[in-house]
Design a protein around this ligand. Structure first.
Ligand code: RIB
Ligand code: CA
Length: 307
């Protein structure tokens, strides 16, 4: 089985952490690097957290620092959701995995030149927009771009906008206008993917460092969900981008055309996802539905592989 050469562009981030641990436990994927971007927390913290997660997984993966701020607006962190450190504010040992001396954007360009590359973008799209600007035409040489972001019907930062797109709408608008094969996992899909208290108990019962730490960082995330959504069902937004890559038939998808609102007093950062029949054969695919039980079974089995 040919493994997918993959870079995960990420702003860890509690749900990013689950996605990264899922990817690093999956033989279908050859995770070459994590590229950090400012989003949930600052670039210093997302880069440190990426290093921490590679250490936790016990894998040899490059961590390269990316963009420290959105293209035009100020960074507005989500510390209330992911903790001030971005990973639930638990204690971590000093990281061993080094930070690459190569900028994330240049590392992405080099890996694209070296062979077929899939990119899973699970944070704001700033690094990708800078990649487009710094290496014109590179999009058409990317094998596949899977994005967690956007929403069809309701946002999570405003009623119109989802966090990854809202954080850097100008970057997202450029990315969605580019000629790369995009698969988008918007909130209307990701809200179908949830872990529950019995899943946290399962992780703790694994009696492994990965199990213990994953349950520990999910605990405050569950409390946030309880406050905002009225239950402790934690939404696995970012894991959907990885699940798509390890189980390509598991998520029902449809063709669509996606544009991003960069103006709009009340709609800045909204994704306008056109699902009309005329776009049925579009190279841009959008996640529609999944069987959460099947996803959770795969996630549990993969996380149990860590010893
Ligand atoms: O809206 C969900 C997205 O925003 C996820 O990527 C989460 O990590 C946050 O970055
Ligand atoms: Ca994220």
């Amino acid at each position: 089985m040919a493994r997918t050469r993959l870079v995960i562009d990420t702003d860890p981030g509690v749900d990013d952490a689950v996605a990264i641990l899922l990817a690093l436990a999956s033989d279908e994927l050859d995770v070459l690097a994590l590229t950090s971007v400012a989003g949930n927390v600052s670039i210093d913290k997302t880069t440190l957290n990426a290093r921490r997660l590679v250490d936790l997984a016990g894998r040899d993966v490059v961590v390269a620092r990316g963009c420290a701020a959105p293209l035009t607006n100020e960074l507005d962190e989500a510390g209330d959701v992911h903790g001030l450190d971005g990973l639930g504010d638990i204690e971590w040992p000093d990281p061993v995995t080094p930070e690459s001396g190569e900028h994330a954007v240049d590392l992405l360009a080099r890996l694209i030149d070296e062979g077929p590359l899939t990119i899973a973008a699970i944070g704001p799209l700033t690094n990708l927009a800078v990649l487009q600007a710094r290496y014109p035409g590179i999009e058409s040489r990317v094998e596949r771009l899977v994005i967690m972001g956007g929403a069809s019907f309701a946002g999570n930062v405003t009623a119109a906008a989802e966090f990854n797109i809202w954080t850097d709408p100008e970057a997202a608008a450029r990315v969605f206008a580019g000629p790369w094969p995009i698969t988008l996992m918007p909130l209307d899909l990701t809200h179908q993917a949830t872990l529950h208290d019995d899943d946290l108990a399962y992780l703790r019962a694994l009696d492994t460092e990965v199990g213990r730490r994953t349950a520990a960082i999910l605990e405050p995330y569950a409390a946030y969900h309880d406050q905002w959504y009225g239950n402790r069902d934690v939404i696995m937004h970012d894991a959907m981008a990885i699940y798509e890559l390890i189980a390509p038939d598991a998520i029902e998808k449809q063709g669509a055309h996606v544009v991003v609102e960069t103006g709009g007093t009340h709609t800045r950062g909204a994704t306008v996802i056109d699902r009309r029949r005329g776009y049925a054969s579009s190279s841009t695919r959008v996640g529609v539905s999944l069987d959460n039980g099947a996803f959770v079974a795969v996630l549990r089995e993969r996380l149990a592989r860590y010893r």
